[in-house]
Write a protein that binds this ligand. Structure first.
Ligand code: SAM
Length: 267
């Protein structure tokens, strides 16, 4: 499944699947906190390549899971991995979280590492709310608070350098890292109750400069790199970030912070 050139909502699904061990561990912790009966209908909102969708499916043997993602590469990858093992217990939809095609359909919404890619959280929360049945739950985690602040500062500085400025100096960040209070009031404004939100640190480092560069290309800076016109410039951009990070202690660390979101739609 090649990634179409310039397709700004696409991801490199193969590389994501290969390098997403940290996201998988974070997601497992979120899932372990969910106490499922086993017969729920659950939406995995921003399912990616479906590693966590698989765990969800194992936890609802008498229920159903719909994996939804805006990236067709991701949806196809997840579908190919999961349909042979789960048949009709799982369905996939390529759609935008801001245009969810469901009304009062799900007992719960699970989502990890996705909501920060949606810039309008008020609209996102309204969409999620309408998708749930009365009494349905939202259990999600995404980037939040000071997520990747050190890396983002370096990206801003590098983007102003002569060789990159034409394409990146005015490029707005493609993420929204909400704080816990803003997220809580947005959820309440959408109609949710029993709202609980918090931000927690989740830094990790990778062992080599090459892995750091691969990681930046696939997970963090693909939207930035798409704007650069040559592979040489793309290489230079991630290489300079890796070189700066080599002097950190520990080297090649990613200063991640996670925002946890839990809420319920009233009965
Ligand atoms: C970092 S991946 C997380 C995938 C998976 N949940 C996991 O934890 O491994 C983020 C996913 O969110 C999806 N995404 C981003 N914006 C979206 C939107 N507006 N609507 C639907 N999916 C979106 C991306 O396509 C990508 O697959």
């Amino acid at each position: 499944m090649p990634q179409p050139p310039g397709a700004s909502r696409e991801w490199n699904a193969e590389e994501y699947h290969r390098l997403s061990a940290p996201q998988f561990l974070w997601g497992q912790r979120v899932l372990n906190d969910l106490h499922l009966r086993g017969d729920e209908w659950v939406l995995d909102a921003g399912c990616g390549t479906g590693k966590l969708t698989r765990l969800l499916l194992q936890n609802v043997p008498r229920g159903r899971v719909v994996g939804l993602d805006v990236s067709r590469n991701m949806v196809l990858h997840a579908q190919q991995n999961l349909r042979p093992d789960f048949g009709n217990q799982v369905q996939f939809v390529a759609a935008d979280l801001l245009r969810l095609p469901f009304l009062c359909r799900f007992d719960g919404i699970f989502s990890t590492a996705s909501f920060h890619w949606v810039l309008d959280h008020d609209a996102l929360f309204r969409n999620l709310f309408q998708t749930l049945k009365p009494g349905g739950w939202l259990h999600a985690q995404c980037g939040g608070g000071p997520n990747l602040e050190r890396l983002r500062e370096r990206v801003r500085t590098l983007s102003r350098k002569t060789e990159f400025a034409r394409w990146l100096a005015a490029f707005p960040e493609p993420w929204f890292f909400s704080d816990a209070e803003t997220a809580a009031s947005g959820l309440r404004a959408a109609g949710f109750e029993d709202v609980r939100t918090d931000v927690e640190p989740a830094s990790f480092s990778v062992p080599t400069s090459q892995e750091f560069e691969d990681y930046l290309r696939t997970f963090v800076l693909h939207r930035h790199l798409e704007r650069l016109p040559t592979e040489q410039l793309r290489q230079q951009f991630v290489h300079e970030l890796a070189a700066a990070s080599a002097h950190d202690n520990p080297p090649w660390a990613l200063d991640y912070w996670r925002l946890n979101l839990r809420a319920r739609k009233p009965e």
